[in-house]
Design a protein around this ligand. Structure first.
Ligand code: ADP
Ligand code: ZN
Length: 735
């Protein structure tokens, strides 16, 4: 006896290991998967117990005691811990940080699963107070009183309140003193179990959809299916049937969607057809809402979970299926901190639980298509639009041959006119927000640049500002050139300028701009989209935001104003990405009774890309790109990891990457190519110098073995302290 009782704990610190603690009388029975409070340096941190052990490498004198058990029962199941470990080892990321990403913030902070929270509720005196009168004297108090009143009889917990009104407590004091609100403690109520009703029946599936459904139903257990169906082919109808099967079996279903794809429209459609209120998980939830949703998924009460990428970590004891919609969408990959692909984790998880994974897209990634070729995944094709709708006709406008002003060619303008006159709606797509991408001196050619980034400032004419889209810096528009004093002019087009041009050309038409500037306010995007869906806007102008998940029944024309940025990209994914974004936005055009039209403006009409896209569609571009990638050995014919470094001094960033290069080089692996270090595409961002080292290998195992050693090597490298660095496995933004 007398061997020590050790707890292995994942602590939220950037170090790739678990930490050992001595279990005491009070912490001996702490469950694996539960949280424990532990000393760490001079702090006390919340960790999750991953294992009980009897041995440790830590000398007895240095072994510290766990302080307190926070959960009597495991918060995370064996499966949850497996997924966390898998994520940590595949992405070479510290396990404690993976745990932190998987837990709702309140649990990460050590709050109970059923926390008691301070609440504020309105009193009778508060109810009878005239808020407008109060607002004249004390606007903050009025705002708070209104918020509390709107929360109803049970009041509002102060966590949620703090997110709505960060400085509420100053206004709270006088309201409490006057007895207009009261303060009390209450347990955070559980989510009411989503009541199930019979869903409304949908359309009868067509032959292609039936075949897709039969193929998937036919097989039990895990398979990854790529549902490759053109926009409007009825992929969602296929998901709906599969989800219905799973719910009828009393199992849980997880639907992952891209950030912009999680629309009220989708949620309403799921609810209508399945008769179950979806439990929604996305980044805009308050901490309390997130905890509630997580908790009801974990208990099995929530049957249908719809969420953006981090929802892939949600505990789901009775999982029966995972659907990943728009699997090609880059927002399914987290681009900072823990850089995981929610799609790839979804597949791993489905395999672990032996349930099907459905990856849907009109423009599947080459990675997914290649998995279909090798037989890892099963491809199912829906080649045609469902129902009577026909595919849109695509036409190029050669910008070198037609007149255009403010980026709008006469051809496109005339098409807008005829479509709108005929009662249709037009969507004009430009993936550049702001008024103009550059402010340039008409005399000397000097352009306004960001002081902290290697980039130009974007003109925001409405606000009278120059803004940097990389670091958020903003300043007043220059009146005159800082070099020669001549006049500065906006060069190029952004969505605001395009909106102005459309307004002057079509003064009597209703025009809505939808981009991240126009939709800053809460609810603004839903309101704008609702207008668009109801056909109340004649012309929509917008960015990528408009290209996903929305269905505009009146839309018959899509205009793509400037598609050329993607034609000459240095990234090996440039043509894949360009084709995806064009096909996705083009897919919004057309409806049952009227064929849609797509007009693409380009200054390079002779580029073979266009002919391939118009004649062969995405399939042709994808097939060509796969052949090219096979010849050049880019993914999916090799695997990549990108080591990034950023520092105030350029030499610090390079020194760390040179160290990494030497470490990897010393392993002398034939199958491993080391490229760099080189400057990152935006070599200076927000005052930091950025560089990168690319590792490429045709042998995935060799790459991962190398990374397993590289990570601790860099963690222990003293010069790394001056550098922000990361390892990005399967990076999707390279150059
Ligand atoms: P996708 O998800 O592939 O874009 P949806 O499932 O959203 O396609 O279907 C596009 C439109 O076609 C929707 O309005 C849908 O109701 C309709 N639809 C889908 N399948 C059928 C069908 N079999 N018969 C008639 N209409 C259908
Ligand atoms: Zn900047």
């Amino acid at each position: 006896m007398n061997s020590p009782h050790i707890l292995k704990v994942a602590v939220n610190v950037p170090l790739s290991r678990e930490f050992d603690y001595r279990a005491t009388e009070g912490t001996r029975l702490a469950p694996v998967g539960g949280r424990v409070l532990v000393p760490f340096g001079r702090q006390r941190l919340v960790g999750v117990i991953t294992e009980h052990a009897v041995e440790t490498d830590v000398p007895a004198a240095k072994l510290r005691r766990a302080i307190e058990v926070l959960d009597d029962e495991p918060l995370l199941t064996v499966e949850d811990l497996w997924l966390i470990r898998f994520t940590s080892s595949y992405y070479h990321h510290p396990i404690g940080e993976v745990v932190a990403a998987a837990l709702p913030a309140l649990l990460r902070q050590g709050r109970s699963l059923h926390p008691t929270l301070q609440h504020l509720a309105i009193t009778d005196a508060g109810e009878s107070t005239d808020i407008e009168t109060l607002a004249r004297r004390a606007p903050r108090q009025a705002e708070l009183l209104e918020t509390v009143r709107d929360a109803g009889g049970n009041g509002i917990d102060i966590e949620s309140l703090a997110e709505l009104l960060p400085n509420w407590s100053r206004a709270g004091k006088p309201l409490l003193a006057k007895g207009l609100v009261t303060r009390f403690e209450a347990r955070l109520a559980g989510e009411p179990a989503p009541a199930a009703q019979p869903g409304n029946p949908g359309p009868d599936l067509n032959a292609d959809q039936q075949l897709a459904l039969a193929t998937i139903r036919n097989r039990d257990g895990f398979t990854a299916y790529v549902l490759d169906g053109v926009t409007g082919s009825g992929k969602t109808e296929v998901y709906l049937q599969l989800l219905r099967d799973v719910l009828a079996d009393a199992k849980q279903a997880l639907v992952l969607v891209p950030e912009i794809g999680l629309t009220p429209q989708l949620v309403a459609r799921l609810q209508d057809r399945l008769g179950v209120q979806p439990t929604v998980l996305h980044s805009r939830l308050s901490n309390v809402e997130r905890l509630r949703a997580w908790r009801s998924a974990r208990s099995g009460a929530a049957k249908l979970i719809v969420g953006t990428r981090s929802a892939v970590f949600t505990p789901l004891p009775d999982i029966g299926i995972i659907v990943v919609d728009e699997e090609h969408d880059p927002s399914l990959k987290q681009q900072e901190g823990l850089r995981y692909s929610a799609r790839d984790l979804a597949i791993a998880r489905a395999r672990y639980r032996d349930v099907p994974a459905i990856l849907g897209s009109a423009t599947p990634t080459l990675e997914s298509l290649q998995h279909c070729r090798t037989g890892n995944h099963t491809r199912i094709v829906l080649p045609q639009r469902a129902g009577a709708a026909r595919p849109p006709a695509i036409r190029l406008v050669d910008l070198s041959r037609v007149t255009s002003s403010d980026g709008l060619s006469d051809t496109l303008a005339n098409a807008i006119e005829s479509h709108v006159d005929a009662g249709g709606q037009a969507l004009i797509f430009l993936n550049r927000r702001g008024y103009a991408p550059t402010l340039i001196c008409a005399a000397c050619g000097h352009v306004a640049e960001c002081a902290r980034c290697d980039s130009r400032m974007t003109v925001h004419a409405r606000a009278g500002q120059l803004r940097c889209h990389h670091c958020g810096a903003a300043r007043a528009l220059d009146d005159a050139c800082t070099h020669c004093g001549a006049e500065m002019r906006p060069l190029g087009e952004g969505t605001q300028r395009l909106e102005d041009a459309l307004r002057s050309r079509f003064p009597s038409r209703r025009i809505e701009r939808i981009d991240s500037d126009s939709t800053q306010q809460k609810g603004a995007i839903d309101a704008a989209l609702a207008l668009a869906e109801q056909g109340k806007a004649d012309i929509l102008v917008g960015t990528q935001m408009l290209s996903k998940g929305h269905y505009f029944p009146q839309l018959t024309l899509v205009g793509i104003v400037n598609a050329d940025q993607g034609l000459f990209g240095t990234d090996f994914r440039a043509s894949e990405r360009l084709a995806q974004s064009i096909v996705q936005v083009a897919g919004r055009a057309g409806r049952e009774d009227r064929q849609g039209e797509v007009i693409i403006q380009t200054a390079y009409a002779a580029n073979p890309f266009w002919q391939h896209l118009i004649e062969g569609g995405y399939a042709k571009i994808a097939a060509d790109a796969l052949t090219e990638r096979e010849q050049t050995r880019w993914p999916p014919f090799s695997w990549l990891a990108l080591v990034r470094a950023a520092a105030h001094r350029k030499s610090d960033a390079y020194a760390l990457l040179e160290h990494a290069r030497r470490y990897v080089g010393a392993r002398q692996l034939d199958a491993l190519r080391i490229l760099g270090p080189v400057d990152a595409p935006l070599a200076r961002k927000a005052g930091r110098y950025r560089a990168q080292l690319l590792l490429q290998s045709t042998d995935r195992k060799a790459l991962h073995n190398t990374l397993s050693g590289l990570r601790p090597e860099l963690e222990n490298e003293p010069t790394a302290r001056k550098v922000r660095w990361s390892i990005d496995v399967d990076p999707i933004e390279l150059f």
